[in-house]
Design a protein around this ligand. Structure first.
Ligand code: TR5
Length: 143
């Protein structure tokens, strides 16, 4: 029998609702839920904010500390793979904000920063975001 393309095999083995949902999410370039969070039309638990970035607690935390850091201006950055040289500054600001957030949360000694890019990485919201995860012993490799 012919081999099935790996992509298909991975799609039918999605092991959680989140994974399955992420498989259906596509990068349309349209507005996302994060626009409403930035506009404060939807409440969020903000832990850090400056003129360029916003950090707030993930609604479905995967660890005692699970914070999302997003650029306030998406500027084409629906996902990391859309990054261009002009995004260098905001990318640096997001990464630097992860350190500030880790310190604020008391996890600077051990934390993880994750960016899920695209369906195969289970990205579900197409507005670039860093996950800052910690507060427990994290496993490696991630799933
Ligand atoms: O799967 P990716 O990497 O795209 O991460 C998206 C993250 O956004 C997930 O960890 C979700 O739990 C999180 N998320 C989704 C919503 C949401 C949120 N975090 C805070 N507040 C949220 N609201 C109000 N609505 C969401 N749909």
């Amino acid at each position: 029998t012919p081999l099935r393309p790996q992509r298909f095999v991975r799609h039918i083995t999605a092991s959680s609702n989140e994974e399955a949902a992420a498989k259906t999410a596509v990068d349309t370039g349209g507005p996302t839920i994060f626009d409403k969070i930035i506009a404060k039309e939807i409440p969020s638990d903000i832990v850090y904010e400056d003129d360029k970035v916003l950090a707030f607690r993930d609604i479905n935390p995967q660890a005692p500390v699970h914070i999302l850091i997003i650029p306030k201006l998406r500027d084409g950055l629906t996902q990391l793979s859309k990054a261009e040289a002009r995004h260098g500054e905001i990318l640096g600001q997001l990464l630097y904000a992860s350190k500030i957030v880790a310190e604020k949360e008391g996890i600077a000694e051990g934390f993880r920063v994750v960016i899920n890019n695209g369906p195969d990485a289970c990205q579900s919201v197409y507005h670039l975001h860093l996950h800052v995860i910690g507060g427990r012993q994290l496993k490696w490799p991630p799933g």
